[in-house]
Write a protein that binds this ligand. Sequence first.
Ligand code: ZN
Ligand code: FE
Length: 255
Amino acid sequence: MTALLCHQFPCLSDNYGVLVHDPHTGATASIDAPDANAVKAALAEMGWSLTDIFVTHHHADHTGGIDALKSDGVTVTGPAAEAAKIKGLDRSVSEGDTVRLGDHEAEILETPGHTLGHIAYWFKADNLAFAGDTLFALGCGRVFEGTPPMMWDSLKKLRAMPDATVVYCGHEYTLSNARFALTVDPGNAALKSRAAAIEAMRDRGEPTLPTTIGAERATNPFLRPDDPGIRAAVKMPGADDAAVFAEIRALKDRF
Ligand code: ZN
Ligand code: FE
């Protein structure tokens, strides 16, 4: 078994596309299909041939390229709960299902909240996860279809992964997330230094993703509603974690 290779590229206004490639078998997946032309250009640049599309949720900026990328030999996998909303799906998956990419296996985690059927792909043995619009660097997705407690449960599943897990996310929202995070977690030294690093990276035009679960556990306020400093900052010292999470999400929505 050879290590999976990932190639991330910006597309649309602030989305990331990611190709995942198993060098041993040649199997190559596009995580979501934000923009068919950008995915095709990335495949050509890497010299890889598409075998799979792994869809995280039904939003157009994640599925708009499926039609133009689909051909014989490309299998489109996506959430069973959103199968009716995603055109071109070949295979529907749910919590605990596994999907293969060459020699590698990903476990499906249902992570509802942003949309009701949102899923994440976790290549456990590879310490690699694709979180779509559930988790971002220093942020999380807007809760469009679900409820804040539902989103918090989803984020807890991601937070429980090993610290070394490398996480790819759907969007480059990190600079705005960092500025917000400092308002609710002002005493967090690790956050302060990460926020400064992010300002510099964005000044240089560099991507701030992928991230790791360890970095997010230490600095992402949406994974830290149980932190006493954050609870003090939002004036909810005795509330339950889901309520504190909901307040942090509401504050960010107005930020
Ligand atoms: Zn979305
Ligand atoms: Fe999105």
